[in-house]
Design a protein around this ligand. Sequence first.
Ligand SMILES: Nc1ncnc2c1ncn2[C@@H]1O[C@H](COP(=O)(O)OP(=O)(O)OP(=O)(O)O)[C@@H](O)[C@H]1O
Ligand SMILES: [Mg+2]
Length: 231
Amino acid sequence: MTKIIDLSVKEKIYKSKKSKLSILNNFSLEVAAGEKIAIVGESGVGKSSLLNIIGLIDRDYNGEYTLLGSATNNLHTSELAQWRNQKIGFVLQESALINSLTIEDNIKLPLLYAGSGKKEFKPEDFESVINAIGIKPILKKKPLECSGGEKARAVFARGIIMKPQIILADEPTASLDMENRERIVTLLFKMNREFNTTIITVTHDLEIANRHDRVIHLESNSKCFAGVMKQ
Ligand SMILES: Nc1ncnc2c1ncn2[C@@H]1O[C@H](COP(=O)(O)OP(=O)(O)OP(=O)(O)O)[C@@H](O)[C@H]1O
Ligand SMILES: [Mg+2]
């Protein structure tokens, strides 16, 4: 088995003036290339914080993290940017579309950032993604002219358009009806089968969680110091 993620967090601390919140205490995770992992757990337990760490968005924690065989603390800023653009696909809770761009241009944005660095991209890849998730009719619209579910599907398309090695999806189906929920899950798993993409999905939907290879239940073991919040 090729280990793609080897993460060991001692703790992640969020500090404010009045309090200090410590989450993900002694949390570790190993993921093999091509695995489908679901992460479940109650609101506030640290699921999104964990995805931010896995996706190299947050590097401010105590712990060790080896991603794709490289110790992430040795990665340079330029490598980090390239990894986040090309190796990791984000479909995050707070992902926003750029309102001045059409849906099509929003989805193609990661290709623009990658410039000539990304050789394997073919126009038919774009076609197949947008057809699979049924957003062809809204490609020329701007985000403000779209429904919440349409925007969620566009965010999803943007996250996977680069055919990344790892997809991090934070509640990707939360705002969708049954049909579109199924489209997203089907496409995720199709990428997994065809390209051996590693999938990490945060979801509150146990039916979806159970369709992954492994379900990780994140337990609340957070601590709060010198503040009113206690978990
Ligand atoms: N930037 C931040 N500053 C301070 N505290 C934060 C910050 N981000 C998250 N937290 C706190 O850390 C804890 C974990 O948050 P996180 O967003 O990871 O939870 P979650 O499991 O994704 O929850 P949900 O299911 O509601 O999305 C929460 O108590 C949250 O209030
Ligand atoms: Mg969250």
